[in-house]
Ligand binder design. Structure first.
Ligand SMILES: Nc1ncnc2c1ncn2[C@@H]1O[C@H](COP(=O)(O)OP(=O)(O)OP(=O)(O)O)[C@@H](O)[C@H]1O
Length: 365
């Protein structure tokens, strides 16, 4: 630990959203009333499809967008009417927004200079941040003389040099290639372990969410679908939307009907015994389906993808495509009849009308 780590850990503040709403125009609300708490020191990922309101949410916390209603409380203080610079947040953007004509040192030191910090202290702070982020050798360079990953580190350095209680990231890795994204993900996770800042991180990439987050807030059309740990979200998705959004390939979902004793697929095949009546959606993850053991469900292999570590079989079952994860290179030809079984303990059930999970109805929830 150095002085920067200690100061940021001490400043880490919770963020509470209390009935926060946002409308850009009278016609529709981008964020309907939202209540949520980003806990102090936690890494929260805001995940959702394009246009669901992730950036809007982050910008309201930062103060770059006004709220249309409700309150934002950071560290016990209502901030929704404060200027961005008075909220104790620092933000890292997708395009880094570095000053091209300034050196790395000046980019990182800029906000301290504006705040009137004396030069010797400024130098000390910037050097401490540079050591933390592996930028010490690069302080004299201009942004144009840096790689994408190095620029990203400068942008992070510029954010943490002010020792903020809250760090906000808006898709910071999306301009990097796959390898660098992976490396930066590990660096960010490591940085968070060291400095312990309250972090809100916006992405549409579920791998980033699963690997970085203490908790994931999943947004759908401005509403919270689920806000929980990666493990809970994977194993106990609260809705069909979440089930289909997380996992690669995602959870299989199939319409089923209950007659009071069993649940049947659309073609009449029985999936499981259950004393349920009505229409439901059944979910099962590709890796939870057992195949090749003479299982009761009849499906037909449509195609396969060999992915190196494993193979994914896509099969027609009751008019739907289900994906089955199997060991790599399983020896089986296309258009083969498959026998599948769905272990009951691995089944998820959702209400057909609302899409919400029905915990405890059968199986996994
Ligand atoms: N300044 C604006 N004026 C009007 N509408 C806006 C404005 N900014 C965003 N929106 C709308 O608000 C909704 C949410 O946008 P937002 O950028 O927050 O989504 P997002 O989840 O971050 O999307 P993406 O992943 O594509 O960046 C979208 O329908 C968008 O068109």
């Amino acid at each position: 630990m150095n002085a920067i780590d200690t100061a940021i850990r001490a400043a880490a503040s919770s963020i509470a959203l209390k009935g926060v709403t946002k409308s850009y125009d009278a016609a529709h609300q981008v964020i309907p009333p939202m209540d949520a708490e980003f806990r102090a020191g936690e890494f929260t990922v805001v995940l959702g499809p394009s246009g669901c309101g992730k950036s809007t949410l982050l910008q309201m916390i930062a103060g770059l967008e006004r709220v249309s209603g409700g309150a934002i409380v950071i560290g016990g203080r209502e901030v929704q009417n404060l200027e961005p610079k008075h909220r104790g947040c620092a933000m890292v953007f997708q395009n880094y927004a570095l000053y091209p004509h300034m050196s790395v040192f000046d980019n990182v030191a800029y906000s301290l200079k504006v705040a009137g910090m004396p030069k010797p202290e400024r130098i000390e702070r910037v050097e401490a941040v540079a050591r933390m982020l592996g930028l010490s050798e690069l302080l004299a360079r201009r942004p144009s003389q840096l790689s994408g990953g190095q620029r990203q580190r400068v942008a992070i350095g510029r954010a943490i040099v002010r020792e903020p209680g809250v760090l906000l990231f808006d898709e910071p890795l999306s301009n990097l290639d796959a390898q660098l994204r992976h490396d930066m993900r590990l660096e960010l996770a490591d940085l968070h372990r060291r400095i312990g800042a309250t972090t809100a991180f916006v992405t549409h990439d579920q791998v980033e969410a699963m690997t970085l987050a203490d908790r994931i807030l999943i947004l759908n059309k401005g509403r919270i679908e689920q806000f929980d740990t990666p493990k809970a979200i994977y194993h106990r998705p609260a809705s069909v939307f979440v089930a289909k959004f997380i996992g690669s390939p995602p959870m299989n979902v199939l319409p089923v009907t209950g007659d009071g004793s069993v649940l049947r697929l659309a073609d009449g095949q029985v999936v499981v015994e259950a004393p349920l009546n009505g229409n439901f959606v059944l979910g099962i993850r590709p890796e939870d389906i057992v195949f090749g053991t003479g299982g009761p469900l009849k499906a037909r292999l449509r195609y396969r993808e060999d992915l190196g570590s494993h193979s994914v079989l896509a099969a027609d079952l009751a008019g739907e495509v289900v994906r089955v994860a199997t060991p790599f290179g399983v020896d089986i030809a296309e258009a083969t009849d498959l026998s599948l079984s769905f272990p009951q303990a691995r089944l998820h059930l959702f209400d057909a009308a609302t899409g919400r999970a029905l915990p405890g109805a059968i199986g996994a929830q």
